[in-house]
Design a protein around this ligand. Structure first.
Ligand SMILES: [Zn+2]
Length: 149
């Protein structure tokens, strides 16, 4: 079996190629290590885009497990230049890969035992949102991405 990170079609994204995605993945990997130790760290895997359109990027970048397995959609290419967009895109893709390859709901809110999903708070910061706190008495339950440990 080809190593997906050194195979003919796929390659590991080098540190610094997409700094906003690197930073986002570092935060997401902290939460993965905190809640699912030994499963990460997740990595960025680039695959050639098969699309012919000129406006398509030549490569698509996925969030993959250490062994190269991945699930779900590639990162939104436009998100690579904006830290908040990058974090939202990477967190979403990481969640898809963990769920699709490891059959783990992650991250799970420790208080409500519900899966959390990336969303934006009132200040437009990208956070893990838990549906458990959404009642008038208990404002939206959110946690900083990278702060679950
Ligand atoms: Zn919660």
């Amino acid at each position: 079996m080809n190593d997906p990170f050194t195979g003919p079609r796929a390659r590991a994204v080098r540190p610094g190629e997409h700094p906003a995605w690197d930073e986002a993945l570092a935060l997401v990997n902290r939460d993965l290590a905190a809640l699912l130790p030994g499963r990460g760290p997740l990595r960025l895997l680039a695959l050639p885009s098969d699309a012919d359109a000129e406006w398509e990027p030549a490569e698509r970048v996925y969030v993959a497990l250490p062994d190269g397995r991945r699930h779900g959609d590639h990162l939104d290419h436009a998100s690579r230049t904006d830290p908040a967009d990058a974090l939202a895109s990477v967190a979403d893709a990481a969640q898809d890969t963990v769920l699709g390859c490891l059959w783990q709901v992650w991250p799970v809110c420790a208080e409500h035992r519900l899966g959390m999903h990336p969303g934006r708070d009132d200040d437009d910061r990208v956070m893990w949102e838990c549906a458990g706190g959404r009642t008038p008495q208990d404002p939206a339950h959110v946690r900083a991405i990278g702060g679950l440990g």
